[in-house]
Design a binder for this molecule. Structure first.
Ligand SMILES: Cc1ncc(COP(=O)(O)O)c(C=O)c1O
Length: 388
């Protein structure tokens, strides 16, 4: 594969290498991985038991009708947008595979006669870059910094690059910074997409993890100017919302023409969501009680973090997500020190970003995932406050 050497290395592989052979402090606490440790909802097991026999069946790529209906109702409740469940919603086996597949639909061989570009926030979820490269595009990294509100300023990208841009990935609330795009940000982005004719791939898998206001969604803002949701695919997941990372379940929603191509592509390449897991997903998208309870657990941990780290490392409670994005001066050095002296495993921010002409925007940061229970989190925060 011509682009293979340019593919990103997993940040976790890099972290393991950094910490290899380093003697660590007692009672390790892992805060490097964004894997929620809260309990999955109670209804999961009984539903799987009821649908057990369906493991014998190949599931359809478009998923069962009740799941698409439940998603449509959730989108209507959450974003006040009416979707056609048959043409505008597609279940995914976790959003990662969908985010990857989408590049093949959104990226043509040439854009305005040139090699296509895919714009990617920097730092970013590594699948975006692997997808762009695999689909034959140039990934172009657009830095998200404190000055840009920790979201990329895509309008600042040179005109010649925008003219060959086929798609952009945008993560809101963002991993790792937890910044959420507001209405004005989304409107500007869609205006840019219309002007330069590119697809917006909106990764909103943290959209349900917030402390105060529910983040504005791509679907709701796009529907203001385009009832057909032109140039938009939005991705949502149960991994964080419902503590079901291992269930592997999410969905993509958006413009029917783009969706039809994605169905066609995934029908021969993509995994299908097993029917018993689709039944669990139907129940999960139909229930908010467990999501409200889940948010309350994160809110408690953010309060604890504020009390312990509040005036240090540029601390702020993010608009969404469950990450602390702490400016510690040198992220790698801090990660090593925390592991060696405190047994706390965090991710150097630079591992989530690429070097650009303006440097690596994640280099001075660590990402701390508040995924453990409150007691473990308090203990880890004490160690971080003491060691750094
Ligand atoms: C920004 C971002 N996008 C997508 C994903 C993938 O989530 P899923 O479990 O739905 O595949 C993750 C998972 O950590 C993520 O952090």
């Amino acid at each position: 594969m011509p682009n293979f050497d340019a593919m990103p290395t997993s940040p976790f592989t890099r972290l393991n290498k950094l910490l290899e052979g380093v003697t660590h402090g007692p009672d390790p606490i892992v805060m490097s991985v964004g894997e929620p440790q809260h309990a999955p909802p109670d209804f999961v097991l009984p539903i799987i038991e009821r649908h057990l026999a369906e493991f014998a069946k190949y599931p359809p790529i478009i998923g069962p009708e009740p799941l698409r209906q439940a998603v449509a109702q959730w989108v209507k409740r959450r974003y006040r947008v009416e979707l056609d469940p048959a043409r505008q919603i597609l279940p995914l086996v976790g959003t990662r595979e969908g985010l990857f597949s989408a590049a093949f639909v959104a990226v043509p061989e040439k854009k305005n006669g040139k090699r296509p570009a895919v714009l990617i926030p920097n730092p970013f979820y590594q699948a975006y870059s692997a997808a762009a490269l695999s689909a034959g595009a140039d990934p172009v990294y657009v830095n998200a910094t404190r000055e840009s509100g920790f979201l990329p300023d895509f309008a600042s990208v040179p005109r010649d690059v925008l003219e060959r841009t086929a798609a952009i990935y945008i993560c809101s609330p963002s991993n790792p910074e937890g910044a959420a795009a507001n209405g004005a940000y989304w409107r500007q982005l869609f205006a840019l997409a219309d002007e330069y004719d590119f697809t917006v791939l909106a990764d909103e898998c943290y959209g349900e993890i917030y402390t105060e206001t529910a983040p504005t969604g791509a679907l709701e803002i796009r529907s203001e100017t385009s009832r057909s949701l032109e140039r938009l695919l939005a991705f949502h997941s149960l991994s964080k919302r419902s503590n079901l990372a291992g269930l592997r379940s999410g969905f993509v929603a958006g413009n029917a023409e783009l969706m039809a191509k994605l169905v066609q592509f995934r029908n021969v390449t993509g995994p299908q969501l097993p029917l018993p897991l689709a039944a669990v997903s139907t129940a999960a998208w139909s229930d908010e009680t467990h999501v409200v309870a889940n948010r309350a657990l994160y809110a408690e941990k953010f309060q604890a973090a504020q009390a312990k780290l509040g005036n240090r490392f540029g601390f702020h409670i993010p608009a969404g997500s469950f990450f602390l994005w702490l400016d510690v001066g040198d992220g790698e050095e801090a990660a090593l020190k925390l592991w060696r002296e405190g047994g706390v495993k965090v991710l150097p921010g630079g591992y989530l970003a690429r070097e650009t002409a303006q440097g690596n925007p994640g280099k001075s940061f660590i990402r701390v995932a508040l995924v453990n229970d409150i007691e473990t989190t308090r203990e880890a925060l004490d160690r971080i406050a003491r060691i750094l």
